[in-house]
Design a protein around this ligand. Structure first.
Ligand SMILES: [Zn+2]
Ligand SMILES: [Zn+2]
Length: 280
């Protein structure tokens, strides 16, 4: 039964820039895009390059009505939209929610992405109905018995975190996000409190974050694996999926980190492109 479903599926797990190739084929090289289905409602977080694959999947079941929720407008979260084929097909309905980031919004960014001299066709080519809605951090979106709360996350220009609640189950997506240099992000912990699944930024190793190999990544807007785990534990999260893998991280590199940090912890995993995770 459609209404009994509540699941998410990662179509893109990579941070910052796509990283295809033989070394990333297992975890995936596409940037952020997460399909969410609650009952019969189709939703999607972000339009990174993974959204091209989500579009191919939707093409098999047109017409569709999808609500997009933007975390923010950095390249790796918007870059796939010009290649999202369902926009070009009549009969579909899309609504895209985003915040305002550094004075910009998703409508303006999409218009710029799809314009000469950088791209051959403009948004005028859209045959579907594509609407835009703007939200502020702290706003709640209600769609029947699905409730979506939002929070402003620590990231240059600001990011919206999303907390979905449907039929007693909670899914929180919080990426891109940087933990404080010292102490814990108490607001973040409250937002993720008792989530059944937390999808969280875990871009860097401690060594990378602190600048013990290469430049310090402090202030770049992303979390270390260790900080992501500490915050998930403090929030009492049941299952933590770490995403926004750093672009140079190979499949073997992720396996090595898992072997070090996930020992005896069946509640921790790395996001895998194509994997569906059921909440109901
Ligand atoms: Zn990002
Ligand atoms: Zn970002």
């Amino acid at each position: 039964m459609g209404s009994d479903q509540f699941f998410l599926r990662y179509w893109g797990v990579r941070g910052s820039i796509p990283a295809p190739g033989p070394d990333t084929v297992r975890y995936g090289g596409n940037t952020t895009c997460i399909e969410v289905q609650a009952g019969d409602r189709l939703l999607c977080i972000d339009g990174g390059t993974g959204v091209r694959l989500y579009g191919q999947d939707l093409m098999k079941r047109l017409p569709v009505q999808v609500t997009f929720l933007m975390t923010h407008l950095h390249w790796d979260h918007v870059q796939g939209f010009p290649f999202f084929t369902p926009f070009l097909v009549p009969g579909n309905h899309f609504k895209i929610y985003s915040g305002h980031h550094n004075g910009g919004n998703i409508h303006g960014v999409l218009k710029q992405l799809m314009a000469q001299p950088a791209f051959p066709i403009s948004m005028d080519a859209f045959q579907s109905e594509v609407g835009f809605s703007f939200i502020e951090p702290g706003d709640r979106i209600e769609m029947g018995d699905l409730k979506i709360d939002t929070m402003l996350l620590r990231h240059p220009g600001g990011v919206l975190g999303y907390r979905f609640e449907y039929r007693g189950k909670v899914f929180v997506h919080a990426s891109d996000w940087e933990h404080p240099d010292e102490g814990m992000d108490e607001e973040f912990i409250e937002f993720a409190r008792d989530a059944d699944i937390l999808s969280v930024d875990a871009t860097y190793t401690n060594e990378e974050y602190e600048g013990r190999c290469g430049p310090s990544r402090r202030g770049w807007g992303h979390a270390s694996h260790e900080a992501a785990i500490a915050h998930a534990d403090a929030a009492g999260v049941k299952r933590t999926v770490m995403c926004h893998h750093e672009q140079t991280r190979t499949d073997g590199g992720l396996d090595d980190i898992a072997a070090r940090l996930f020992v005896g912890r069946s509640d921790l995993e790395f996001a895998l492109e194509g994997r569906r995770i059921d909440l109901l």
